[in-house]
Design a protein around this ligand. Structure first.
Ligand SMILES: O=C1O[C@H](COP(=O)(O)O)[C@@H](O)[C@H](O)[C@H]1O
Length: 266
């Protein structure tokens, strides 16, 4: 087995350049996947990420009907709740583009209602199982080995170094079997969430982190310059030939020593 490739860090002078370059990167990945197999499988996060995807809006190169979208993590709240990652993505992206509704795979709204009515973990287990089945349906016998191989996973990083809903010191960091897991004790509210696990993230063909703003500078310095500290975002190292990219602005990268790679639009 080859060692995972080193992260590729692309830093941009400002948010507009970051957003445009990210859109070009995503469209190129989409073209490769669609040419090869007729579809593009993507996992998206919440937080600040959905807004950074607005460079895709109105771009003729985006073939929305070929996208199959899952959530890298989701909060156990109704899909129209202000804390829902699906709601956030709908506000910033899905409502502004022509993606077919059935191509965006949400957690099951009926199961959310049941989970909201009780504190029992069984209901969360059921939601995680159902979402895993949805993934199996999409990937089994096609783009999966033991784990699904997403064409692209888009991640954010919190100030504490968490990514998706994988938090420092949490037992879920060692999950090596499940595709989808739930947590009931997220240190960042809301406490109850669903997340893709590290094996899924690290089997992707490409993972792209997106981070901007000076408030991420210390975090990026630790994640990229001191990976030995083991922050969750540092543990994203896709198995070869997978590759991890960092799309950041200069403010977020201001304290990072790690070498930059110029971004080339081809
Ligand atoms: O709670 C979450 O936080 C992370 C990071 O959010 P950001 O606002 O600092 O970018 C996000 O990627 C994740 O999807 C979300 O559930």
């Amino acid at each position: 087995m080859h060692a995972p490739s080193a992260p590729i860090l692309c830093s941009f002078a400002n948010s507009d350049e970051l957003v445009e370059s990210l859109a070009h990167f995503i469209i190129k990945a989409q073209k490769e996947s669609v040419q090869r197999k007729g579809k593009f499988t993507v996992a998206v996060s919440g937080g600040s990420l959905p807004q950074q995807l607005n460079g895709l809006i109105g771009k003729p190169g985006v073939k929305w009907d070929k996208w199959q979208v899952f959530y890298a993590d989701e909060r156990i709240v109704p899909l129209d709740h202000e804390d829902s990652n699906h709601n956030l993505c709908t506000t910033h992206l899905w409502s502004k583009v022509t993606i077919p509704k059935e191509n965006v795979h949400t957690i099951d709204p009926n199961l959310i209602d049941a989970a909201s009515a009780s504190d029992a973990e069984d209901a969360l287990e059921e939601i995680a199982d159902a979402y895993e089945k949805e993934l199996i349906h999409e990937f089994a016998n096609k783009d999966s080995a033991r784990f699904p191989i997403f064409d692209l996973i888009l991640l954010g990083v919190g100030p504490d170094g968490h990514t998706a809903s994988l938090f420092s010191g949490h037992p879920l960091l060692s999950e090596d079997d499940r595709w989808v897991a739930y947590i009931t004790d997220s240190p960042k509210p809301p406490a109850r969430r669903l997340t893709l696990t590290f094996p899924v993230i690290n089997h992707a063909a490409r993972v792209a982190f997106v981070a901007s703003g000076a408030n991420k500078a210390d975090t990026l310095q630790t994640v990229l310059d001191k990976p030995e500290e083991g922050l969750p975002a540092s543990r994203v190292r896709p198995i070869t030939p997978g590759q991890v990219y960092w799309f950041v602005d200069d403010a977020a990268a201001s304290k990072v020593q790690y070498p930059r790679t110029p971004f080339e639009v081809k």
